[in-house]
Write a protein that binds this ligand. Structure first.
Ligand SMILES: Nc1ncnc2c1ncn2[C@@H]1O[C@H](COP(=O)(O)OP(=O)(O)OP(=O)(O)O)[C@@H](O)[C@H]1O
Length: 219
């Protein structure tokens, strides 16, 4: 269970963008969070993935409250999350090859020996035919990591996926391929998903249930 309990967060303690928000994602469940641009969805997604420290409230991961954030998060909790941000081009270091992008999270967490097998498997999963096109790079960023030290969606087999406007900049066929890749991974691993966005049609089709930002903040 991923529990967000009464979270208040933002960039100025006197004027937080997320106020007293609570949301629960069950094991293996996919929850879509809908809301207008600028309401605080990305901020909440970053808090949920332990990337942004809230001012108040708790993130509880499988019964255990998070006590550290970003690099201070416990490794077991940090690696429980795979995160896909809305700007994949900024998430992938352009100096790395596609293979390095996929292998880096494993090396960074002392599991480099698994890299060759995982690279082969993930390249197949996300449909990288050895090309270096922007779409292929987007898919490899999704498969690997958002920053070299931050293990991403698939490499470390996370239990929770946080997707923040994952498909906002993609065409329809790449969107469909990515959603399929996420769902294949979830079917295989039992991972839960929090997908944040403003595409109601996509999230309602994709997720077990959707909640609107207003419902979270009305209470
Ligand atoms: N790093 C930051 N520093 C200061 N303010 C920020 C920062 N990031 C976001 N904000 C502000 O916080 C508010 C919420 O932003 P956030 O990105 O969480 O919203 P969002 O719902 O995800 O929007 P979008 O759908 O446009 O991404 C906005 O007013 C934004 O300008």
């Amino acid at each position: 269970m991923l529990e967000l309990r009464s979270l208040t967060a933002g960039y100025d303690r006197r004027d937080p963008v997320v106020r007293e928000v609570s949301l629960t994602v069950g094991p293996g469940e996919s929850v879509g969070l809908l809301g207008p641009s600028g309401c605080g969805k990305s901020t909440l997604a970053r808090v949920a993935a332990l990337l942004h420290r809230p001012d108040r409230g708790q993130v509880v991961i499988d019964g255990e409250p998070a006590r550290g954030w970003r690099h201070r998060a416990r490794r077991a909790q940090r690696t429980a999350f795979g995160v896909v941000f809305q700007q994949p081009r900024l998430s992938a270091d352009p100096r790395l090859t596609l293979t390095q992008l996929i292998a880096e999270p494993l090396r960074a967490t002392g599991r480099g020996a698994e890299a060759p097998d995982r690279v082969r498997e993930l390249a197949r999963t996300v449909g990288l035919g050895g090309t270096c096109s922007p779409a292929a790079r987007t898919r490899s960023a999704t498969a690997s990591s958002n920053a070299p030290a931050w293990p991403g969606p698939w490499s470390l087999r996370p239990r929770w996926l946080i997707c923040d406007e994952m498909t906002a900049m993609l065409d329809a066929s790449t969107t469909a391929a990515l959603v399929t890749a996420v769902e294949d991974y979830r079917a295989d691993s039992g991972a839960g998903l929090l997908a944040v966005g403003h595409d109601k049609v996509l999230l309602e089709r994709w997720c077990d249930r959707t909640v609107h930002w207003d419902e979270l903040t009305r209470a």
